[in-house]
Design a protein around this ligand. Structure first.
Ligand code: HEC
Length: 114
């Protein structure tokens, strides 16, 4: 019994030390969008985002049919309102986008920032 308690205590101690080291690293690095977060931070953020979306909304599908006209309209809207930062191809290779790597829309932020 004592041995199990010792093993569990040692395991808990390791977890606490690991959390403290990770927290210290995050505090040292700070929070921002200019540097890509680590995989743990990215994974936590994606999990929290998924948890924040009620399941009835997760099950919803886009009711707008994908037709060539709709796609063209979307592309025109993107060019007018989004390309300033994200670039027409979504690369973020613009005067504004280069200042924030997150503006690269060609890959989801979970991989851009991982
Ligand atoms: C003024 C610059 C700017 C404009 C204009 C802009 N964006 Fe962004 N966008 C950003 C930046 C910067 C981010 C990253 C923000 C962050 O995560 O902190 C971003 C993030 C996003 C993301 C999230 C990307 C991801 O990988 O999670 C989407 C989607 C997006 N923008 C879509 C759009 C759309 C659609 C438009 C036009 C209707 C648009 N943006 C216009 C600067 C801009």
């Amino acid at each position: 019994m004592k041995r199990i308690l010792l093993v569990v205590s040692a395991g808990l101690l390791l977890v606490v030390i690991g959390c403290a080291l990770y927290a210290s690293r995050m505090i040292h690095r700070g929070f921002g969008t200019r540097t890509a977060p680590g995989s743990v931070e990215a994974s936590l953020a994606m999990t929290m985002r998924d948890m924040a979306i009620p399941s009835r909304y997760k099950a919803m599908r886009n009711f707008v049919a994908v037709t060539p006209d709709v796609v063209h309209e979307g592309m025109a809207h993107w060019a007018d309102h989004c390309a300033t930062c994200h670039a027409n191809n979504g690369s973020g290779d613009t005067m504004y986008g280069r200042r924030c790597p997150m503006a690269n829309s060609t890959t989801p932020s979970r991989t851009v920032c991982a």
